[in-house]
Write a protein of this length. Structure first.
Length: 199
């Protein structure tokens, strides 16, 4: 069976030289069974760009039972009012839930529509419902309190694991958004577990 080690992954990818979507993201997900990702920004529409890769990730797992998994840690921008509400004693979970209802498109649309937002929302809801996607939201803390200076979680890294246990990691500038993968100028460096020193 093919795996990540069967691809000639470059050490550095740049959108100025190639399609990050076709040259990296889609083929990596096609061979993956697990995908861990941290990103400053996320939108469910990013998953639509690589729907075939997501389907492969979900279906092709080491145990053969179709339980591939994506785990995502994303940042979120909280207003000063949100931070003040948390500092004033409001439950952080409730403030965050209220913010997410406004900030993420899957909270505003009805599944079943034909728009990208609706389709992305439907896919996202299905992945979460079936246990294939777990999302966590990261909030920067200063001295144990939610940052009130506009700071956000902005790390952009990922690890994709195949059925053989080989891992392909990447770190750089790309967010988990359609523009991040296909429109913006972005670059990242890759690390391969099967190569000496991970390079």
């Amino acid at each position: 069976m093919a795996g990540l080690a069967d691809h000639p992954w470059k050490r550095r990818f740049s959108s100025s030289r190639e399609s990050l979507l076709e040259g990296f993201y889609r083929p990596a997900l096609m061979d993956g069974v697990r995908y861990w990702r941290s990103t400053g920004y996320f939108t469910s529409r990013a998953l639509l760009q690589v729907l075939d890769g997501v389907e492969q990730l979900v279906a092709a797992t080491p145990d053969g039972r179709g339980h591939g998994q994506m785990r995502l840690i994303t940042g979120v921008f909280l207003s000063r009012q949100d931070v003040a509400a948390i500092a004033g004693g409001a439950a952080a979970e409730q403030v965050l839930s209220n913010h997410m209802a406004q900030a993420f498109p899957f909270r505003r649309v009805q599944p079943g529509g034909e728009s990208d937002e609706a389709l992305g929302a439907e896919l996202l809801a299905w992945l979460v419902d079936q246990g294939h996607l777990e999302i966590r939201v990261a909030l920067p803390l200063h001295n144990g309190q939610v940052a009130n200076d506009g700071a956000i979680f902005h790390a952009k890294e990922g690890i994709i694991e195949d059925r053989h246990g080989q891992r392909l990691a990447f770190a750089g500038s790309v967010n988990e958004t359609p523009t991040g993968w296909s429109s913006n100028y972005e670059s990242f460096t890759t690390f391969c577990s099967w190569r000496p020193g991970g390079e």
